[in-house]
Write a protein that binds this ligand. Structure first.
Ligand code: FES
Ligand SMILES: [Fe+2]
Length: 455
């Protein structure tokens, strides 16, 4: 019933070395996804070339590097990167690798400096990336050291949207704003509702023994909550109603970007993402009338900028007896092997939030998400076991099931952009994610745009 047809690929298909075509084992339009893609090293290598070398990736928020000289280390795709604000205030992103032998130039999480000195032989770079001094320079002969040509390697393109900084190694990628497409409308609701948000503290970073795709798959999945996090229901920290998070709207935007906007209990506490009234009053200054209404009707929202950047706007109790409180969490998964993933998690707070709300939001977030969070601990166990149970030679001949909502009609009355569906329980967001994955892996990225296959 769920066996994949692993027949040899016809020549026009994307064949693996065993002759299997990706198009035959990943069928998003039918809701069938081969388990093989969650562990196969060859598929993982292809992802490096066709997704991580080509796409746009989140590297940080502008509020993380507010001052000239600020510098933080990040992944850019799966490569190590440096996100810096140079002495003139210009934001820059480089490969964190010395031009001499490739040593990581910056080995701290963050610092403020005008210069970076490589710990291996001492080559020193300015925070513009320029190589200032090399080691033992008087021992190089004529033409042996061209310092002008040996600066840190910059990303091909850098873009920001509402404070979110993205970068790509791909000079042929469309500009960021074009890549975000109609998803920008929803990013604005979340990140510009009160005129701006900022990162509080530093991100939490930890590794999970899972394919990165099980984590991305989970992000707009609302219907796991009642089961996977049932201990919270038993403790009275989540509603004892299997449909409690299923009453919103799911939107499939352009380029594989997806989201849901979901109301909570029908009272004022759960309106407008639960934000304090002083913040809600700012919505009309920054959003249009339809966006204000969407924001007002939302308690929970999760979204994915394809492939691995997510937001989670949640209202939750953080501890027994605590009233539900809102927080805005940013997430990113960076694969470090086919079955190992580095998780990144940030808390954002509206720039105009008062100290009391900020404290409550922060405490609720750290108790619920991140490596010590109640929700994340449940989720991680699921992702790890999904990975382990899909590894074997028998398991990987079978598919996973993503059919919920295949026949659900489009909600033509939805006022926002994208294709909308009523109900926040459905797998249309995951199907859209895998469709973008398949396009990237088969026709290549961004060539699929010129091939007219992007939508
Ligand atoms: S590797 Fe950086 S100076 Fe040699
Ligand atoms: Fe979860």
């Amino acid at each position: 019933m769920t066996a994949v047809s692993e027949r040899p690929a016809a020549s026009s298909r994307t064949a693996l070395s065993n002759g299997i075509a990706l198009e035959d084992i990943v069928k998003p339009e039918e809701g069938l996804i081969s388990r093989r893609i969650f562990s196969d090293p060859e598929i993982y290598e292809l992802e490096q070339e066709r997704i991580f070398a080509k796409g746009w990736f989140f590297v940080g928020h502008e509020s993380e590097i507010p001052e000239p000289g600020d510098l933080i280390t990040r992944s850019v795709g799966t490569d190590p990167g440096i996100l810096a604000r140079d002495d003139e205030g210009v934001v820059r992103v480089f490969l964190n690798s010395c031009r001499h032998r490739g040593m990581r130039v910056c080995r701290t999480d963050r610092e403020n400096t005008s210069f970076l000195r490589c710990p291996y032989h001492g080559w020193a770079y300015k925070n513009t990336g320029e190589l200032v001094t090399a080691a033992a320079e008087n021992h190089y002969g004529p033409g042996e050291l061209d310092k002008d040509d040996l600066g840190l390697i910059p990303v091909a393109q850098l873009g920001t949207h509402r404070g979110l900084i993205f970068a790509t190694w791909n000079p042929a990628a469309p500009p960021l704003r074009e890549y975000l497409g109609n998803m920008a409308y929803y990013l604005d609701i979340i990140f510009n509702r009160t005129g701006g948000v900022k990162v509080l503290g530093t991100p939490q970073i930890w590794d999970v023994e899972t394919s990165w795709k099980f984590a991305t798959d989970n992000f707009t999945d609302n219907f796991h909550v009642f089961s996977a996090h049932h201990s919270l229901v038993e403790l009275g920290m989540l509603p004892n109603d299997p449909d409690f998070a299923g009453h919103g709207t799911m939107v499939v935007a352009e380029e594989g970007h997806v989201l849901h906007l979901t109301p909570g209990a029908p009272n004022d506490d759960y309106a407008s993402m639960g934000l304090p009234h002083a913040l809600r009053e700012k919505f009309p200054e920054h959003l249009d009338a339809d966006q204000v209404l969407m924001a007002a009707n939302t308690a929970y929202s999760a979204g994915t900028v394809w492939p691995n950047f997510h937001w989670l706007q949640l209202m939750s109790s953080g501890t027994l007896g605590q009233k539900d409180a809102p927080f805005l969490n940013l997430r990113m998964e960076v694969p470090i092997s086919p079955t190992r993933t580095r998780m990144w998690s940030w808390l954002l707070i509206d720039s105009d939030a008062d100290p009391e709300y900020t404290k409550t939001s922060y405490e609720t977030y750290v108790r619920t998400f991140g490596p010590g969070g109640i929700y994340d601990q449940d989720d991680m166990e699921n992702w790890e076991d999904c990975t382990r149970a899909s590894l074997g030679p028998a398991a990987r001949q079978h598919t996973l099931h993503h059919k919920m909502g295949l026949g659900r009609p489009v909600d033509e009355s939805w006022p926002g952009p994208g294709t909308a569906y009523r109900g926040s329980y459905g797998e249309m967001t995951q199907r859209s994610w895998y469709a973008a994955w398949l396009r990237s892996m088969t026709t290549g990225w961004p060539d699929r745009r010129s091939a007219g296959a992007a939508r």
